[in-house]
Design a protein. Sequence first.
Length: 221
Amino acid sequence: MTVFAAASLTGTFTELGKQFETANPGSTVKFSFGGSSTLATQINAGAPADVFAAASAATMKTVTDAGQNTAAPKVFVRNQLVIAVPAANPKGITDLPDLVKPGVKVALCADAVPCGAAAKKALTAAGVTITPVTLEQDVKAALSKVTLGEVDAALVYRTDAIAAGGKVKGIEFPESAKAINDYPITTLKGGKNAAGATAFVTYITSPTAQAVLTKAGFQAP
């Protein structure tokens, strides 16, 4: 069974995939992680995937509008943005307005990617205009710019900042509440294991999987 999933689900879904295989002897779950918009394009172009887990309802809609789903999408978690800065936070960043100060280099996700669309909403709510030094195609790539020391800050999901451990500090900001992303999941027509796909979606929405997702910083739907 092949699962296409948003990059921000990499850690949790890898763990849950192993748990699912243990609970279902003989099953094998293969993942393709990436920007949700890129994955949606691949699905609509005929990529053989059994399950799609997206980081926004808008991205999922491009797949359902194309008739690629076999069930109504279910929102299984929500996610919220934080400002990711190096652990030592040398620029002393504490809020969104700090990101427009002279000499502060910022990475954002591209607008077409859910994390980029959420960042745009949050920045608009704050009345802040940022000129990023780079626009990335998924949230992991944006975060890596911080961990590699290439930028001073990036707007990423809370879960990604937590997953980075001591490498970064996640700074909460109130405007992120205006741009919380719902994560929907659905089974797909292009897959080869309909029964397995249904079982996996059921597992992801189970209390066992929800506990793993909540621990990682995701919010209940």
